[in-house]
Design a protein around this ligand. Structure first.
Ligand code: TYM
Length: 387
């Protein structure tokens, strides 16, 4: 049995991504596929060359269709249960890169319904509020407003429900139990929920009345949902959605992913420079017990969360990361200097992000999709007409 857990609602332990590839039945992203992408995009994102986006489903098919003149659209999402941390942003930065390189639409789902159903202490009203608060972080990353549609499930309930019904009818309770580990104490909304997360994978096909390829960038925890989508959608006459999947930005402590429920070991987009400094200074490192020993023996980047933050997010320049690695293992770079370097990079990133997040408040309406069903005014109008 693996000593880690990866489901959409729980990620813990030391994750073995090779095992995940086997167990989930996803394909590794190899150098051949990376070269194929590069032929189209001319440059390649370090998240690919570093194998942070490490797995996929049907990416070759998506590229085949694209090259035949049948472009895809992007679909991704967020479960709005609190503030955004750096881990969430990783797949979104990559999604933006894909949007820019392929010039395609992005459909962005905010699953306030999911978070209400799965989080016992969250009210529906608060989940809905977080949808719009989190949308500011998404917009701050610079998605193209002409090509980006952001919606809360509550606000698009009509379209989602109408289509989720057809999906739900094809999924049994025993499949839900086996896929997500839900048991008889799950509430009935939780059992139904995955059918709502599947709908955006066909939303362009619904709108256009023809099948449109869809690819979903996400971290590997969301794969169980889309495994089901891929099983059900062909039965309804649609394409299987493709996916491109990343690893987790880890927690600042040892093991596990960066998680909003462990506030001291995650960096949030709203954190101040002082908070960032404190969190990084308390991080788990691969350093030795003393500076003297570290100078003699060197540090161990392979277990160091500070090094992982450099490698996965903040030091994407290849020469620079090599220098950090060799200075660390050679005993020349001590943890204090390495942490300070990271603190500066995180704070520079957050300063810009926070500015963009403020500006997003003025342009949010350019991105949002809502189905307006105002029953009060419809009834009032009807009464006025009949008088
Ligand atoms: P949520 O809000 O848990 O996460 C949003 C996105 O962030 C990814 N993620 C991470 N990536 C890297 N490092 C981490 N530490 C980390 N933690 C989370 C998630 O995989 C996700 O891509 N049910 C979904 C919302 C959703 C969705 C989608 C996500 C609806 N439709 C389509 C992806 C694609 C959720 O609660 O995500």
């Amino acid at each position: 049995m693996p000593n880690f857990i990866v489901t959409p609602w729980e990620v813990s332990g030391e994750i073995d991504y090779d095992k995940i590839i086997q167990e989930f039945g996803i394909e590794p992203i190899d150098d051949k596929l990376i070269s194929r992408i590069k032929e189209i995009t001319s440059e390649i994102h370090p998240f690919l060359t570093r194998k942070i986006f490490f797995a996929h489903r049907d990416l070759n098919w998506i590229l085949d269709e694209y090259q035949k003149g049948n472009p895809f659209y992007l679909y991704t999402g967020r479960g709005p249960s609190g503030d955004i941390h750096l881990g969430h942003i990783m797949p979104w930065i990559f999604t933006k890169w894909l949007q820019d390189k392929f010039n395609v639409e992005l459909w962005f789902q905010l699953t306030d319904d999911e978070k209400f159903l799965f989080n016992q202490s969250l009210s529906l009203e608060d989940a809905y509020k977080y949808s719009y608060d989190n949308a500011l972080d998404i917009i701050a990353l610079g998605f193209d407003p002409k090509n980006t549609f952001i919606f809360s499930d509550i606000d698009l309930a009509g379209t989602l429900y109408r289509n989720a019904l057809k999906i739900a009818k094809k999924i049994t309770f025993s499949t839900i139990k086996a896929t997500f580990g839900l048991n008889n104490s799950a509430n009935i909304g939780q059992i139904f929920y995955t059918s709502i997360q599947t709908v955006p994978a066909i939303i362009k096909s619904l709108i256009e009345g023809r099948n449109v390829p869809c690819i979903i960038p996400h971290a590997v925890d969301q794969d169980p949902h889309f495994r089901l989508s891929r099983d059900v959608l062909p039965k309804l006459g649609y394409y299987k959605p493709a996916s491109i999947q990343c690893m987790f930005l880890p927690s600042l402590q040892q093991g596990g992913k960066m998680s909003a429920s462990m506030k001291h070991t995650a960096i949030f987009t709203k954190d101040t420079p002082d908070i960032v400094k404190k969190k990084v200074n308390n991080a788990f490192t691969g350093g030795q017990a003393s500076a003297k020993i570290q100078r003699e023996l060197g540090g161990n980047p392979s277990i160091c969360s500070v090094y992982k933050y450099h490698f996965m997010f903040f030091t994407l320049d290849n020469d620079e990361i090599k220098i950090i690695h060799s200075r660390c293992t050679g005993g020349d770079l001590l943890c204090g200097e390495c942490k300070n370097n990271l603190i500066q990079k995180i704070n520079k990133f957050l300063l810009k992000h926070q500015e963009q997040r403020e500006k997003a408040k003025d342009i949010i309406e350019n991105y949002l999709l809502k189905e307006k069903v105002d029953l009060k005014s419809i009834i009032k109008e009807k009464m006025e007409k009949s008088n």
